[in-house]
Design a protein around this ligand. Structure first.
Ligand SMILES: C[S@@+](CC[C@H](N)C(=O)[O-])C[C@H]1O[C@@H](n2cnc3c(N)ncnc32)[C@H](O)[C@@H]1O
Length: 228
């Protein structure tokens, strides 16, 4: 039996050609599932609230959505400018290979889920270190950690609650690792505070943790919450 060619599968294939950045927590592998959900929602505009590698924003674009990419770090916006906004400049395959090829091993062994610690060089480069608080006593001139309430068990629940409230008039799609805190039941309850219809789908997925030599792939499922 042949594979059915749908608008969702065409957009997923296009997004599959997005440069595969080893971005922590990237939803790259979920693209076919997200393409199906976004097609089902049949929206026209989207906010990619945590854009990271930009692959989800790119998928929205491929599906014909008008997308706004947002991230609290600056370098993801540079990536989104180059890969999603840009319509004219194409890099040669060799350039893409060089940019996305094997990385120098700078990832710190501890506090590994901190984006600024992991990607301090890219973040500094994206603003040419202007206005950044550089930690002069570190060998690699790291940047000071930036606070985000989403990174701490104590504050994540309320940060999610505020975010869901803010977007209560829109469909909300949240992709979430099964081993994350707060757990799936808590996320569903938070969404039900603002939405009547909350669909929870479980997707088998392997999460990438770490780019360094001891990096491992942890088997974790991913929940897709679709609230409308
Ligand atoms: C799991 S990653 C996003 C992955 C992205 N969807 C992808 O597929 O590549 C989470 C992102 O959230 C960003 N982030 C953390 N706290 C944030 C905040 N308060 N506001 C906006 N972005 C935030 C981080 O910088 C990081 O890029």
């Amino acid at each position: 039996m042949g594979v059915v060619d749908t608008p969702a599968s065409q957009a997923a294939n296009r997004a599959g050609a997005f440069p595969r950045l080893r971005y922590m927590g990237s939803k790259y592998r979920l693209i076919p599932h997200l393409a199906a959900v976004f097609t089902e929602l049949a929206g026209r505009t989207a906010l990619d609230a945590f854009s990271g590698s930009g692959v989800v924003s790119y998928l929205f674009k491929a599906l014909g959505y008008r997308v706004t990419a947002n991230d609290f770090l600056t370098f993801p916006s540079v990536i989104a400018q180059a890969t999603v906004v840009n319509q004219d400049t194409t890099l040669a395959p060799g350039d893409v290979e060089r940019i996305c090829g094997p990385a120098a091993d700078y990832a710190p062994p501890r506090d590994d889920n901190c984006y600024i610690k992991r990607y301090h060089f890219l973040e500094g480069l994206s603003v040419y270190w202007r206005g950044q608080q550089v930690m002069e006593n570190t060998q690699t001139r790291k940047l000071a950690k930036r606070y985000t309430p989403f990174s701490y068990t104590r504050t994540a629940t309320n940060a999610l609650r505020r975010t869901f409230r803010q977007f209560s008039e829109s469909a909300i799609v949240l992709s979430y690792s099964s081993n994350a805190v707060p757990d799936a039941a808590a996320i569903e309850a938070l969404l039900r505070e603002v939405k009547d219809d909350v669909d929870v789908r479980l997707v088998d997925h392997t999460y990438t943790f770490g780019t360094h030599a001891s990096a491992h792939r942890r088997a974790a499922s991913e929940y897709l919450f679709i609230a409308r």
